[in-house]
Structure formats: C-alpha cells, structure tokens
Design a protein around this ligand. Structure first.
Ligand code: KIV
Length: 300
C-alpha cells in the first residue's frame, strides 16, 4: 500500500532558532511555478504585497486588496512544499485595531494555509503583534523603509542614514521583538545601524538593502532575476531572465511570420497511413455544414 509522506515545512519557530547561525535565505514569490523552483533553495518565501507593483503594475503597494494576497498566497502554497510561506498583510487590512488585524490575518491563514503573516510598522504595531502572536498567528515585523507608508516617509527613501534616526529605529526593533515577532525585516536601513539592531534583538533580522550584518537576506525575486525594468541600488541581478524572455518571444514571432513554426516535429500525424485529403469523402451533414459556411452569392 502506498503511503503519502508529506514533506515537513519549515516553521516560524525554526526561523527564530536560526538567530546568529547560518544566514537565512528568502525571496518573494507570487506564483506556483516560481515557488516550486525556489522551494529547495530558500528557508522562507514571502508573498509580498510588492506583487501589486511587480505583477499588477500599480505605482505603489497601497491599492493591493486582501483578496489578491489570498489568491497569490494559495498559488505559492501549492508550488512550495518545504519552505515556510509568509503572506504580507496589505495596507488597510490591519492598522485599525488588533481585532481588525486578527480577523484579517486569521482569514489569510485559513484561506491560504500559510505559516505566518508579515505586517509593516515598529512601535505603533507592537500591541497588534502581541495580540496576534498570543492567538496563534506568527508575525514577521517589517521596519525601516515601510513601503505602505511612502506618503508619510516622502518616498522610497533609505532610513537611518542620519544618526538622529537611530534611537527610534532601534526602539522599533526592540519593541516588535518584545511583542513576540518571530523575525523582523529591515528594509533599506543604513548598514551600521542594521548591524547594531541585529546585535541588539534576540530574533533574526532579515535584510533587504541593509547589508550583510543581518541574520538573513530577502530580495524581490523578479528584481534578482533581471526581470524588473528598474531596480533599487541594493539589488544584485543574478540572472537576465527579462532578456531571455524577450529573445524567446522575438524568435517565436519571427518563425510564425516566416512559416517555419510549427515544423513537422510539432504536428500530430495519423495513426493509419495518411489518406490523400482530396480522396476523403466527408459525411453528408458535415459536407452540408461546410457548404453552408460558403459566402452567399447574390443573384443579379
Ligand atoms: O512586499 C515585499 O516584497 C516586501 C519585501 C520587500 C520585504 O515586503
């Protein structure tokens, strides 16, 4: 009798236990196919609300609805069998109150079966992080450049480049950690401050544009693949997938126009010896159907 042995998924506590150890590797993913490819190389996949900009062409992450996060969260869960899947809470779905955050985060976890959620904010979200963590929802925090706050921050700007900003950012990290976050994303935080925060908190810091001093790294997958038209300074392009896609599409279009695709190897042949098409008589009604499709001639 065959037995289905499920692959064990990485859990949020396992990520926390990696503090100070081998660097944690993570990427964003929005679809089943990229999740399936990345699954064996990463510790966790983030269904980031960056999908609003990367996949859906929005100018910012602000318009992303909860339903879209759930749809993509489900796809990633179907693709990835081993990595922890973390789903971002979109703007407006959690800031109002801990109760609102719980209601929506619980829906995300029920609908997607993901292992954790992420939300943006430090000090101001500490109470909510505690509320969720104490009720069975592992929370990844996100501080520094928090894209859902670009209208307050004045754009996509690096944080902590002036020493006057350090105390508040370090306090953010300490408070989300004390509140029970299992890890914290440090986005676009000046490298020396990110190092300092990493040393100060007992949970793993996951850097994106925050340097090698963090406990782990995350990048937007499309950015590191070379698929995004513009990337921030902190991105290294590990591939040229955009160029590869364009060259494949150009080749396809050229061959269809030249009549060289499809070739003989791309067609279905007959199982019996092929008859001469002109000698095949069709059943009367199908011949009639064909005849009836002929353009009508008008009598003069
Ligand atoms: O939405 C996202 O992709 C993120 C990462 C950049 C951390 O929040």
């Amino acid at each position: 009798m065959s037995q289905h042995v499920p692959v064990k998924r990485v859990t949020a506590p396992e990520i926390t236990a990696r503090k100070g150890g081998e660097p944690i590797v993570s990427l964003t993913s929005y679809h089943a196919h990229t999740a399936a490819i990345a699954d064996k190389y990463v510790d966790f996949l983030l269904v980031g609300d960056s999908l609003g900009m990367v996949m859906h062409g929005f100018e910012s992450t602000l318009p992303v609805p909860l339903e879209l996060m759930i749809l993509h969260g489900r796809a990633v869960m179907r693709g990835a069998k081993r990595a922890l899947v973390v789903v971002d809470m979109p703007f407006g779905s959690y800031e109002e109150s801990p109760a609102q955050a719980f209601r929506n985060a619980a829906m995300v976890m029920k609908e997607t079966q993901c292992g954790a959620i992420k939300l943006e904010g430090g000090k101001r979200m500490a109470e909510t992080i505690r509320f969720l963590s104490e009720r069975g929802i592992p929370v990844m925090a996100h501080i520094g450049l928090t894209p859902q706050s670009i209208n307050v921050l004045g754009g996509f700007k690096a944080q902590g480049r002036e020493q006057a900003q350090w105390a508040a950012l370090e306090q953010d990290a300490r408070l989300v950690s004390d509140a029970g976050a299992f890890a914290v994303v440090l986005e676009a935080i000046a490298e020396p401050l990110a190092r300092r925060i990493t040393a100060a908190v007992p949970i793993p810091t996951i850097g994106i544009g925050a340097g090698a001093g963090c406990d782990g790294q995350i990048l937007v997958m499309e950015d590191m693949l070379g698929l995004s038209p513009r990337v921030p300074k902190f991105v290294k392009e590990f591939g040229r997938v955009g160029a590869a896609i364009e060259s494949a599409i150009r080749g396809y279009a050229e061959e269809v126009r030249a009549g060289t695709f499809p070739a003989s190897e791309h067609v279905y042949t007959m199982k019996d010896p092929a008859p001469d098409p002109d000698s095949v008589s069709l059943p009367a009604d199908s011949a009639g159907a064909r005849a009836s499709k002929k353009p009508k001639t008008t009598s003069t």
